[in-house]
Write a protein of this length. Structure first.
Length: 316
């Protein structure tokens, strides 16, 4: 049986909007090759998200290019973090976390020493600062944190959660967004206000709520993109079901035929319609598998549409 491959990539390169970034980024992208594969992929994801968030934030192209490159390079300081800490699967000890936090200043120093990277040093240094002053390395508050770093923080935190939970689909992605809403809201509001009733003036949390709203729109776009992939696969499955149902009809006609030449005629028609690996003995099993696959994909598609409804109701 030959099956069309159903694929979905959260951060497919086609999602990156058509800004002419290549001429700016050849050198910067080369820097990522020095990172471990996990950090490099995360950096690419963050840059993709930042670029698309900037569009929804109505940023000018020059700022968008700058922010995207800052997103690519935000974790470049992890080059200098020992791998036993960077790649540790469990929770870091307080001492290890203090070392990990230094990737912000390491990245800043690296950028400042290279004239080609210097314009992007602010992304490396400030992407873990929090609007309420609880971030690092300097404990800055909102007015002192560069806007580009506020955007990167939202994208960075989102991708870190998505990666940790190993999402392969956007089903239940709203749970991740709910966690980010908590980070965009002062603790006193989290305690006293229902999630869907958080008021607009609750903007003193860790992350920028306006940037978070832009992320919501990007996630909705990605969910529609996943739906499109699922629907394409359903179309393919239905085509296979139609083909196999035709084979089934030929089989019924062959069974009802009185003459051997008529039976041979319908059997030959079946052979011509068989896909690789299909036989007279197994085609009905294959048909049932395709029909079951359609049902599962249609259920999956509906869950994705339901997820979009949930996201659209979220309030920051």
């Amino acid at each position: 049986m030959s099956m069309f491959k159903e694929t979905f990539d959260f951060y497919d390169a086609s999602n990156l909007k058509s800004y002419n970034l290549d001429s700016y980024m050849q050198y910067q992208l080369a820097m990522l090759e020095r990172l471990d594969p996990f950090t490099r992929k995360h950096s690419e994801n963050v840059a993709n998200l930042v670029c698309r968030m900037c569009e929804y934030l109505h940023c000018k192209k020059g700022f968008t290019v700058h922010a995207t490159i800052c997103g690519y390079l935000h974790d470049i300081g992890k080059l200098f973090i020992p791998y036993e800490i960077l790649g540790k699967p469990g929770t870091l000890t307080p001492e290890e976390f203090e070392i990990m936090k230094k990737h912000t200043t390491y990245g800043y120093d690296m950028c400042m020493k290279d004239v080609r990277l210097r314009p992007y040093a602010e992304g490396a240094l400030y992407h873990h600062e929090a609007l309420n002053g609880t971030g690092y390395p300097q404990g800055l508050i909102k007015k002192d944190i560069p806007y580009v770093a506020q955007i990167i923080r939202v994208a960075d935190e989102y991708d870190a959660i998505v990666t940790k939970r190993q999402y392969k689909t956007h089903i239940n992605i709203s749970e991740t967004l709910r966690e980010l809403i908590k980070d965009a809201t002062p603790e006193e509001y989290i305690k006293t206000v229902a999630l869907d009733m958080i008021s607009e003036h609750s903007k003193d949390g860790k992350i920028n709520p306006v940037a978070l709203k832009a992320l919501f729109k990007v996630v909705i776009d990605d969910t529609y993109y996943e739906i499109s992939g699922v629907e394409d696969y359903i179309v393919y499955l239905k085509q296979q079901v139609k083909r196999l149902q035709t084979i089934q009809k030929y089989a019924q006609k062959a069974d009802n035929a009185k003459k051997d030449k008529d039976k041979d005629y319908y059997h030959e028609g079946m052979r011509l319609l068989f896909a690789h690996g299909e036989t007279f003995q197994n085609y009905q099993t294959v048909l049932a598998e395709y029909q079951e696959a359609i049902q599962k994909r249609e259920e999956h598609r509906q869950k994705l549409y339901d997820e979009i409804k949930i996201i659209k109701k979220l309030r920051v």
